[in-house]
Design a protein around this ligand. Structure first.
Ligand SMILES: *[C@@H]1O[C@H](CO)[C@@H](O)[C@H](O)[C@H]1NC(C)=O
Length: 178
């Protein structure tokens, strides 16, 4: 207990230090820096947060001017990322006889649909339900690794793991209570 509290304190301290270093680089978007610098309690570093939210040039992270816009962006990116991962898994499953890959595809098909709903919900400012859907989606990558039973799961599975972890942390930090 004491050691996990110490670990959390260290993570928070690291997040504060790194957040300070990053804010100089993009001074015009303090919302992005503030939120990404505050996710240590979710084991998300500022670098991982900025990398996930600013990865897609067609959805510019700097355009998110306030916390609700940032939550909507995170949910939208997670939905798009799940859809892309689903398509990769579908392609892999089509060229394989692995029942595990077909099970993984079912997990992604469900997650992509649920995250589309979550993205719409977050865009409308309703975060608690979107946050819970995101929480569940975080377990899809390890679920796929498990059900694949040795079959090669596409690398997009790991990419979605990173994206879902960050998106959940952003929604959870911005959505207090139910
Ligand atoms: C999903 O997001 C992660 C984290 O930003 C990224 O590395 C990965 O390339 C994305 N996957 C797709 C298919 O866009």
């Amino acid at each position: 207990m004491a050691s996990s509290n110490l670990l959390l304190s260290l993570l928070f301290a690291a997040a504060v230090v790194c957040g300070g270093a990053i804010s100089g680089a993009s001074a015009e978007n303090t919302v992005l820096d503030n939120v990404c610098g505050s996710l240590g309690g979710y084991y998300v570093t500022p670098e991982a947060c900025l990398s996930a939210l600013c990865h897609d040039p067609s959805s510019p992270c700097a355009a998110a001017r306030d916390a609700p816009a940032l939550a909507a962006l995170a949910a939208r990116l997670a939905a798009s990322n799940a859809t892309a991962a689903r398509d990769s898994v579908a392609a892999a499953a089509a060229s394989s006889s692995s029942a595990g890959l077909r099970a993984c595809l079912q997990l992604y098909t469900g997650a992509a649909a649920a995250l589309e709903w979550a993205a719409g919900s977050a865009a409308a400012g309703r975060l608690p339900g979107a946050r819970e859907v995101m929480d569940a989606a975080r377990y899809v990558p390890s679920g796929c690794d498990g059900v694949a039973a040795g079959a090669a799961v596409p690398v997009a599975n790991g990419g979605f793991d990173a994206m879902a972890t960050v998106a959940h942390a952003v929604l959870a930090s911005l959505s207090k209570g139910y």
